[in-house]
Every structure is written in C-alpha cells, then in structure tokens.
Ligand binder design. Structure first.
Ligand code: ATP
Length: 219
C-alpha cells in the first residue's frame, strides 16, 4: 500500500484541500490519503485557529463519503506540540505501507524552521504540491535538499513538465508535483465568513453548516 499523509491546520478544511489530495492520489498512484489535523497550540490560544476538536470534526465530515480518504487524530488529540518528525515516526510504527508526506510548496519553503529538518526527508517520501504565487525555483534556497538543476525547476514552474522525482541519499524520494492551480485559501475563507459573505463552492455545504452552527470564525 502506498499511503499519503496530509498534515495541516485545516482551519477550515476546504475544497482546495480535497482537490489536491485527490489529484495527488490519482497522479502518483497512492492507495489512500490520511488527513492529519494539527492540535491546539499548548500555551497561547491562537486567535484565528479554531479548536482542534472542531477542525478534526470538520475533516471527518468532509471526507466521510470518500473511500480513499481517512483521518488520524494523532496530533489533534495531543496536549503537546507535535512535530512532523515525531508524527512520521509514530505513524510508521502504526501503518504498514510506503508513507509519503504531502505538503504545499508554501509550507515546504518553511522547512528550515521544522524540527530535525535535515532528517525529515529521510523519514518518508515527500510530495511537494504547487501553490499559486509560489515558484518551485524558490526551493533552491533550502540547504537540506539534494541539488536540483535550476532548469528542471523552471520547467515545472512554466508547465513544461508536471513532476520531478528526486531520490535522496536515504532511499526516499522527494517528488515535486505541479497541479492545476487552485486559488482557494483558508485565510480568505475565514475573512469571508466573518464578513458574512457567500462561500460559493469553496466549502462543502456540511462544513459551512458546521461552522455556522458552532459560531466559528466570527460567524
Ligand atoms: P491558508 O490558505 O490560510 O494559507 P492553508 O490551507 O495553507 O491555509 P493548512 O490547512 O495548514 O493551511 O494547509 C494544509 C496543506 O495544504 C499545506 O501544506 C498547504 O500548503 C496546502 N494547501 C492549502 N491550500 C492549498 C492550495 N490552494 N494549493 C496547494 N496547496 C494548498
């Protein structure tokens, strides 16, 4: 089994998340995607971050009829800060199969700030998904990556190729995946909810109803 692990705040989960998970699954022939919502920050409550139990519930609602999607509460129910390295190590002992961690290009550019960033790419395969306004050529600034020819990154950014698979020295693969651009963003959704504006089809209806019912994001 080839399993994709999709971590994020999912604050809230939206159609963009579902779309990129499904596109990645089919394009890279993964069998299953497991969503992993983050937990509550242990010390200060984050102003715009809904409590983990609500974000977990919304992910459950969003994926409930999609057979290839599942959820892990490993981070959402933890009372401590969860680092991706620990989550990957814990899930490796629980899940049989080849694990790949999905991450948007914007989040991947922050890799140097992640705990044990120089070990992470050895823990699992990584799949980095394109995001509007961010270019793959920017990852050349990340010191922990194997060297990648600039022309290959430019070809990805220009749509001349749709993926790049880079083997690491640890026998894992870093895949850079260009998907059709998806402009949906959770922060814009939160702003629109607060202003009482329509969500169009950015949010699955049960998620919008859940948000309003629980007065999340200033609704
Ligand atoms: P915001 O939109 O406010 O920046 P976010 O959706 O990026 O929030 P998360 O819920 O943590 O925040 O995102 C989970 C993962 O999904 C991250 O790796 C992020 O980069 C990726 N992601 C989210 N939206 C998109 C998108 N439209 N295209 C590509 N990747 C995305």
């Amino acid at each position: 089994m080839r399993i994709g692990l999709f971590g994020g705040t999912f604050n809230p989960i939206h159609r963009g998340h579902l779309h990129i998970a499904e596109q990645t699954r089919t394009r890279l022939a993964l069998d299953h995607i497991i969503f992993i919502p983050t937990g509550d920050p242990p010390h200060k409550p984050a102003e715009t971050l809904a409590p983990a139990h609500h974000r977990l519930e919304m992910v459950k609602l969003a994926i409930k009829d999609i057979p290839f999607f599942g959820i892990s509460n490993i981070e959402a129910t933890s009372s401590q800060t969860c680092y991706t390295i620990d989550t990957l190590q814990a899930l490796r002992s629980q899940i049989e199969g080849e694990l790949s961690f999905l991450v948007g290009l914007d989040a991947f550019l922050d890799l140097p700030t992640w705990r044990a960033s120089d070990q992470l790419l050895a823990e699992a395969n990584f799949i980095v998904i394109s995001r509007p306004e961010v270019r793959f050529t920017q990852i050349r600034s990340l010191p922990m990556l194997p060297s990648i020819p600039e022309k290959d990154l430019t070809a990805l950014d220009n749509g001349q190729r749709d993926r790049l698979e880079i083997p690491t020295s640890a026998n894992t693969t870093l895949t850079l995946l260009a998907l059709a651009s998806c402009e949906i963003s959770a922060s814009t959704i939160r702003e629109r909810l607060k202003e009482g504006l329509s969500m169009g089809d950015w949010l699955p209806t049960p998620i919008e109803s859940y948000i309003i019912q629980h007065h999340l994001y200033g609704t």
